[in-house]
Design a protein around this ligand. Structure first.
Ligand code: ATP
Ligand code: MN
Ligand code: MN
Length: 309
């Protein structure tokens, strides 16, 4: 539920105490039966989903896809401080880099809407600690021509492999053609691993899955190597790598969002295009499929050993 009033006056729209300029500017034009989404709609969307989203984005370095004139205008990936930015946006210090943009509360998310921030891509690090991974992401990218059913089957294969390794995988749509399988990992004390270990683990799992089923999987980034296969993109797991955040909108037609799912939803009939900004109110009425995400952390160390690394 919105935590603060939205007031629309003659020239003033305020969401979560952040003034939204040009609130009626269309960011996503109406398409395929979807209504247009305006900047005010985006601001209210972030306000609504803040509670669920912040757990996954707060206090991490974020890359923002900004498209101030909407999805048909110019867009850019912004990592560092925005000139003249709202005080609700924070700076996140990162070793040997300029500080990144970060958010810590609902006002920060709405300030991103005000800056034309349509997508959020955080690091997979622990909040407040960019040097420590706290999740492993397998981004499943189907070659053109594959069905979503193939992606769902692949996600279940990845799930089974990770469960064999003693981990608890979660699944989300990416708002596009793929699915992301995400494993929360412990990052405290002796469980802590380095980025290189996290990435090496993800690579080893991807290579093992390819070796088991080379007709179905590839681990080669080059599009031309895909040949009707699913690319298991393990590259989301290095230092400075990102993946689209749970609940992030996508700067694509239809205003789809990246949505956390239950594994039981990963079956015939699932259509990631149905999850949109316009559907947020209905989607938020359901229990959070990722409610146990953090409670499900496991140490990556035994899994790394089991992979022979
Ligand atoms: P889809 O379902 O269409 O694959 P996706 O978000 O998984 O959606 P990918 O192209 O597979 O899209 O990219 C995976 C992740 O890699 C993105 O979510 C993003 O965080 C990161 N990424 C991709 N391209 C770039 C880029 N040019 N610059 C920075 N990060 C990128
Ligand atoms: Mn992908
Ligand atoms: Mn990818």
């Amino acid at each position: 539920k919105p935590t603060s009033k939205t007031t629309t006056g003659k020239a003033r729209t305020v969401v979560a105490d952040v003034a939204i300029s040009s609130p009626d500017k269309v960011l996503w034009p109406a398409a395929d039966g979807c209504d247009a989404v305006t900047k005010a709609d985006l601001a209210r969307y972030y306000e609504r989903v803040a509670e669920r989203m912040l757990e996954h984005v707060a206090d991490r370095p974020i890359s923002i896809v900004r498209a101030p004139d909407g999805i048909d205008g110019q867009r850019f990936f912004q990592r560092h401080a925005m000139p003249g930015s709202n005080p609700r946006l924070k700076l996140i210090d990162v070793k040997e880099r300029k500080p990144y943009v970060g958010v810590e509360d609902v006002g920060g998310l709405v300030a991103l809407a005000q800056a034309g921030g349509l997508e959020l891509h955080p690091w997979g690090c622990r909040p407040g600690d960019p040097e420590t991974p706290d999740q492993v992401t397998f981004d499943l990218d189907p070659d053109e021509g594959l069905d979503f059913a193939d992606v769902m089957a692949a996600a279940k294969t990845v799930k089974a492999k990770l469960e064999d390794l003693g981990l608890t995988p979660f699944v989300k749509t990416a708002g596009g053609k793929g699915l992301h399988v995400v494993v929360p990992i412990r990052s405290d004390g002796r469980s802590r691993v380095e980025w290189d270990q996290c990435k090496a683990f993800a690579k080893a799992v991807a290579e093992a899955l390819k070796a088991d089923d080379p007709d179905r999987f590839t681990t080669t980034l080059a599009k031309k190597a895909r040949g009707g296969k699913i690319f298991i993109d393990y590259l989301r797991n290095g230092r400075m790598a990102t993946a689209v955040a749970p609940w992030s909108p996508r700067a694509r037609p239809g205003a789809t969002i990246a949505l956390p799912l239950n594994w039981s939803q990963v079956r015939k009939g699932l259509d990631p295009r149905a999850f949109t900004i316009a559907e947020a109110v209905a989607l938020l009425k359901k229990p959070d499929p990722w409610a146990d995400f953090r409670k499900s952390e496991a140490s990556l160390r035994p899994a790394i050993k089991a992979m022979g690394l």
